[in-house]
Design a protein around this ligand. Sequence first.
Ligand SMILES: Nc1nc2c(ncn2[C@@H]2O[C@H](COP(=O)(O)OP(=O)(O)O)[C@@H](O)[C@H]2O)c(=O)[nH]1
Ligand SMILES: [Mg+2]
Length: 313
Amino acid sequence: MASDERDRPSVFARLKRGLFMTHTELLSKMGSAVKATFEPDPAALDALEEGLLAADVGPTTAAELVAAVRAEAGRRDAAEEDVVRRVLKAEITRRLSVNGPEVAGAAAGSPRVVLMVGVNGTGKTTTTAKLAARAAAAGKSVVIAAADTFRAAAVEQLEVWATRLNIPLVKHKAGSDPAAVVHDACSVALARKADLLFVDTAGRLHTKHNLMEELSKIRRIAARSIPGAPHEVLLVLDAVTGMNGIAQAREFTKTVGVTGLVLTKMDGTAKGGVILAIVRELALPVRYVGVGETADDLLDFDAAAFAGALVDD
Ligand SMILES: Nc1nc2c(ncn2[C@@H]2O[C@H](COP(=O)(O)OP(=O)(O)O)[C@@H](O)[C@H]2O)c(=O)[nH]1
Ligand SMILES: [Mg+2]
């Protein structure tokens, strides 16, 4: 976690608020899963599996988590009340602790470039602004590139954020080549000796091939201007639509070299368990979780804290 100790309770509380529905449902199923201390109750284990499925962890993960609980609860020396909770927490934490591809550091004195990708409406622009805001608040020098040139509204949306946050924004007019925006933004970031350059991109679906080509070109242009860029590629996924977006997500991971995930809209109707299904599918680490629409509503992802928020009282 980048935030200091004093921030921890509030971060945890906000994560827990976001997961409240999932948490409550799961707890109600979890309670009776193991009645006798070392005698798992099959009906209760079925109820637990149902609860996990309702939390959107996916059928494979649900079955495996129940199997883990059954195995542990069946051990004669597992004479503890909270065996279900303990096993679930450990298993969920382990499954979410994915290393993912190595994230390159920026060369000394050159900006670190973070590329935001994903399909339309997942929260790329909002997350770009949130990340820029938190970096600026931490005293970093930040530049934003409006490389979603597909719609004029996209540039305007980012401009509103940039103005409010007082962060320099590099933009061209709608319809121009996004790689040219990135080229300019790299020059601006270098000239300002910025620490970070965040690149917002377009996410339209109907021209998937062009979009992927466009992202490849953005990558090439960034790498030509700044060594090692983009240092990080964050795939932004909407937790509400969850697994529906997984096919497209795989497309991005194949073609643009995603280094990590951002799961947005965890404050809404999303079932928290979907993170387990997504991480299992994409084998990429979750870096951030979006829990609202304001600049503050972004949490660093912490596997153990997430597991705790899901299954602790
Ligand atoms: N509740 C909630 N809304 C979000 C979150 N992240 C983004 N949004 C909203 O989702 C909508 C689409 O976000 P946007 O950043 O424009 O998505 P983009 O098309 O990927 O750039 C906007 O109305 C955002 O305010 C989040 O974490 N929680
Ligand atoms: Mg956008």
